[in-house]
Design a protein. Structure first.
Length: 568
């Protein structure tokens, strides 16, 4: 049951689990599994420190057990309270919780912080479901070759059900599949992997649930980024046949700890004869399609889950604001998206006409609010304190802050959530204005490098079969248009040069020497690294946004603000 759970919506999550469970029962399934912490939503973070939340969560699990269809086993991620709290999987059948598995391996790295909340489990029971020996594990447990799945397989489990809240980043689905195919082959066991789908703050869960048989062959795969009930017939008899040909298991079994894997009988026989289920193997998305879907999912769910209905985007006529507006329309519908163009004395006629054309192509309303009156007033007010100084960045950024003020005024007046339009290349180098273009509620493309923004525009046009993103927007040199004839390359290296350096430094933590050794110009690399380091304070004040790279700014990459270390 690949579902989109909402953190804290205990009643809504239970209702969704019950709906999917009934659908599975009607299809004749013996068992149905749901993602990690499906009852609470994932990750619940410091809600787990509230006693009332734990009590209400336990009550939700009890309700789930009472109302679940009695003739199907249900495996659902939840919080279990005993002497402490555990990240758990409850196995439910016939109105009761037949048994509970506690997650063994608690991740505390990247975006994960589970040691902060949970006690680690030690037992690994084998559940007999419809006469089949099933091991249940939770997410991280299967990421280690010697994880609890090994003890379960040696204790006789023929099927491993692994429930997950595994966040998306580019290329992760293929990595998961390689890993799980290896686990299935190594243990001669069928692996059923179910993942959460949907957005939660900065994280996006891509689903992509799948089943590998005991030979490591893919038997079923759900789509990415969509809720789905993926149904698969398991040929369990083949597991024993495969194991008979692998004498290594007999020796390993002698060394295993069987006491950690008691057997709990849930149901002793199948529900009855079943019609075969047609095999479902969803196709992989292209890299650009995958990222675009993640951005749409993250934006849609963030807006809806915080109970907003309308969003507003500052449309400059540039590539970044255009792609953000397109994502917003695909996520929420054109009737929920508002565009605002705010030309200044430095805005080109081409930018204004491009903003109009983008709004027309996307079917969104566009207001044009010139900022010249406010700009002139600001410069007049600052004339005395700025007297005797050369005009520069401070004067340029006044325009950006006026625009941020206008967008926030519209937000306050009409209840529109402001979507900011800065990309990862800009956030990394500080080529963005605090309380200006960084002002807003959600930063849709803050983890998208500029070069990828262009690829996403081409992808969206190809998907639409027309120039949804005008060719003039794609081909114009990028510019903030805060002074005459300004270009991004006046301040930054070309993005084709910049983005690979940023990937090496921000995502992979390479040193200057290593970056230069990989073929990058030393002076350019040194300059880029310095820009990244001195702008940490800006990023700390940025809105949340969708994580799509292996290491995003925010909860994924944490550096001290007061920091004198320089490795260059």
């Amino acid at each position: 049951g690949q579902i989109n759970a909402t953190v804290g919506d205990l009643d809504g999550n239970v209702a969704k689990i019950l709906d999917f469970a009934r659908r599975a029962r009607d299809l004749g399934c013996d068992a149905v599994a749901f993602p990690e912490l499906a009852v609470t939503g994932y990750p619940p973070e410091d809600l787990l420190l509230r006693r009332s939340f734990i009590v209400d969560t336990q009550a939700a699990v009890e309700r789930l057990a009472r109302e679940a269809p009695p003739d199907i086993a249900l495996i659902a991620g939840c919080v279990d309270e005993q002497d402490d709290i555990y990240n758990a999987a409850a196995v439910i059948h016939c109105g009761r919780v037949a048994g509970v598995y506690h997650k063994h391996l608690l991740p505390t790295y990247g975006v994960f912080d589970e040691d902060r909340y949970f006690q680690a489990g030690t037992q690994a029971p084998v559940f007999e479901i419809a006469g089949v020996r099933v091991g249940v594990t939770v997410c991280e447990d299967v990421w280690y070759a010697n994880g609890p799945h090994r003890a379960l397989a040696l204790a006789g489990a023929e099927v491993i059900v692994n429930i997950n809240g595994s966040p998306y980043h580019t290329g992760k689905l293929a990595f998961r599949e390689r890993m799980l195919a290896t686990r299935a082959t190594d243990e001669s066991v069928i692996v059923c992997y179910v993942n959460l789908v949907g957005g939660q703050d900065e994280l996006v869960f891509d689903g992509g649930s799948f089943v590998f048989d005991e030979r490591g062959e893919l038997r079923a795969r759900a789509a990415q980024f969509d809720e789905e009930l993926l149904v698969c017939d398991l040929q369990v008899d083949a597991v024993l046949q495969t194991r008979l040909h692998d004498p290594r298991r007999r020796k390993e079994r002698l060394l295993s700890d069987h006491e950690r894997s008691p057997t709990i009988v849930v149901s002793s026989a199948p529900a009855g004869e079943k019609a075969p289920i047609e095999r479902r193997v969803a196709s992989h998305l292209s890299p650009e399609a995958e990222v675009y879907a993640a951005l749409v999912t993250g934006t849609r769910d963030y807006v809806r889950k915080i109970a907003y209905e309308q969003v507003v985007v500052g449309l400059s006529g540039g590539i970044d604001s255009t792609i953000v507006a397109a994502i917003a329309v695909d996520a929420l519908g054109a009737e929920h998206v508002h565009g605002v163009a705010m030309p200044s004395r430095y805005s080109s006629e081409g930018s204004i006409s491009d903003a109009r054309r983008v709004a027309e192509n996307l079917g969104i309303d566009l207001q044009i609010i010139p900022i010249e009156p406010a700009h002139a007033a600001y410069l007049e007010m600052l004339d005395r304190p700025f007297k005797g100084t050369e005009p520069g960045t401070a004067e340029e950024n006044v325009q950006s802050r006026i625009r941020g003020n206008l967008l926030m005024a519209l937000s306050n007046k009409f209840g529109w959530l402001v979507l900011t339009t800065g990309n990862k290349s800009e956030y990394a180098t500080g080529y963005c204005t605090l309380y200006g273009d960084m002002a807003g509620g959600y930063a849709v493309i803050k983890d998208v490098p500029k070069t990828l923004v262009y690829r996403l525009a081409e992808h969206r046009n190809a998907a639409a079969g027309r120039e949804l993103v005008p060719r003039s927007v794609i081909e114009k040199p990028p510019s903030a248009e805060l002074k005459p004839d300004q270009r991004d390359q006046d301040t930054l290296p070309p993005y084709a040069v910049l983005d690979p350096i940023l990937e090496l430094y921000v995502e992979e933590d390479h040193s200057l020497e290593e970056i230069v050794a990989l073929g990058h110009d030393e002076a350019t690399a040194r300059r880029v690294l310095a820009m990244v380091d001195r702008n940490e304070y800006k990023r700390r004040q940025a809105p949340p946004g969708v994580k799509i790279t292996p290491r995003a700014f925010g909860r994924d990459r944490r550096l001290p603000l007061a920091n004198r270390y320089r490795g260059y």
